[in-house]
Design a protein around this ligand. Sequence first.
Ligand SMILES: Cc1cc2nc3c(=O)[nH]c(=O)nc-3n(C[C@H](O)[C@H](O)[C@H](O)COP(=O)(O)OP(=O)(O)OC[C@H]3O[C@@H](n4cnc5c(N)ncnc54)[C@H](O)[C@@H]3O)c2cc1C
Ligand code: SF4
Length: 499
Amino acid sequence: MREVKADIVIVGSGAGGGTVANELAPLCADGIRIIVFEQGPRLRDDELTGREVEMAQRLYFESGGMLTHDRSMTLAWARAYGGSTTVYTGTSMVVPGHVIEAWNVPGLRWDDVRERSKKYLEENNVHLLEERLINENNRLFVKGCTALGYRVRQFPVNVEGCRGLGLCNLGCPNGAKRGTHRVQLPAAERQGVEVVTNATVSSVTKRRCLVTVAHREIGEPSSWEPGEYRVTARVVVVAGNAVNSPVLLFRSGFGEYLPALGRGITLHPALILAAEHDHPLTNFFGFPKSYFTDEFREDGRFLLETCMYYPFTTAKNLNGFGAEHSSFMKGFRSMQQILVLALDDPADTNRVEVGRHGEPVVRYRLGRNVLDSLHASMKTAARIFFAAGARRVHVPAGTTFTIGTADAGRLDDLVPRSNVRPGGMSISSAHLMGGCRMGADEKTSVTDAWGQVHGIPWLFVADSSLFPRCSEVNPYVTVMALADRVAQRVRERFKELAS
Ligand SMILES: Cc1cc2nc3c(=O)[nH]c(=O)nc-3n(C[C@H](O)[C@H](O)[C@H](O)COP(=O)(O)OP(=O)(O)OC[C@H]3O[C@@H](n4cnc5c(N)ncnc54)[C@H](O)[C@@H]3O)c2cc1C
Ligand code: SF4
């Protein structure tokens, strides 16, 4: 076991960890040693091949298919230099005021979160995409929503030099997405922050981090030799995401002091819906996710977004097998897709735990409200497809594999609520939230409004696990805004914490 001394250790290099690293980086000029440990590799540009299965294996934890304990949902997050910002689509939303109000965290005000969010919109080059990158898949969504009178909005996105390849969720091969791997981490490293990749932190007890550096066949070699390290730090900032951060704190023995640890996770459970048009669409070119409607945010509790997934992911998400599945997939070039996201509330049944071998276990029961939202959202998405001119629609809870235009008026009969049940459809989540939620009460929260773990002044959390409830919008900008607050608090308290 090698011994290393640091001043600040950051665990994880995603939206939260990358932000904290860059915000604290100016301290390096005063001789403060800051180390970021990242479990995943730092991929070389030529390793971002855009090949679906290969990139899923290289970038995602369990290839993006980690199952919840009851096996009713898969969870996707990346394990890489830059965390999930390497695979996110880059839609960049400021959390609405009513969400922060509902979070009800004393000391956390929406105007503060909004101002910090704006800083990251600028830093990440967020803007509305130009016309030439809006493809037919996206235009049809606008056409369908408009025909039905639904409010539809364009997503601001954080790209620079986007070439419209649509491979964003496989790690952009053009380096166009402005994730932490392109913006905050390189800037932090230029100022002296060390980022050690292939490095897993297994515990953070008493300011001592146990770290294992592994050898990997892919990516740049880690800057540290493979082996075991004990790293002593004055401040530890945990930013592993909403699953890994609670698990790390459990493994470090904090579960007995923090009754809310792991509790209150929300996931924005999601389904992919697909429809076939009678002509090939330009869904292979253009930015894949340009529009959404929040028309049903209050009444229905769901969002609908454009999306275009790759053949393997699409095939996996269709509910069925055999000839009809094959025939539908053969129409891939004529396919329109919509992603539905249910806005879930925290529940006692939903939490992160640690397994016997230290591995994450996510218990999440799809409650009645979420199933109601998914049911309503599937029928609404089907109506949008038909209004956009689709000739048949695949609704995962449909009584038949596809529903044709002749039956477009019978959606209530052909998509019964009784067909919407856990395990009956391919439900996934890429928006993991909660598990170390902020709050004032030590019994119901894990950290204060500045990410400091209750009762442990040297320990902070700075990632999506801080969310007390779901964000109701795509979450990464809010993760960065909260991480920015954590960095400010660490800076303000560093002298006191270091003594
Ligand atoms: C496919 C996909 C598409 C998405 N699209 C969007 C989008 O368009 N807009 C949006 O707002 N959000 C999007 N998101 C969500 C967004 O990416 C996340 O909300 C955000 O990245 C979460 O930030 P984080 O810091 O909590 O975790 P992450 O960004 O996931 O980073 C956590 C990092 O910590 C590392 N780590 C964990 N534990 C340890 C440990 N013990 N030791 C060392 N390292 C560790 C992990 O390997 C990982 O790299 C998407 C997510 C996915 C998966
Ligand atoms: S659409 Fe743009 S951001 Fe997405 S992979 Fe292609 S070039 Fe990269």
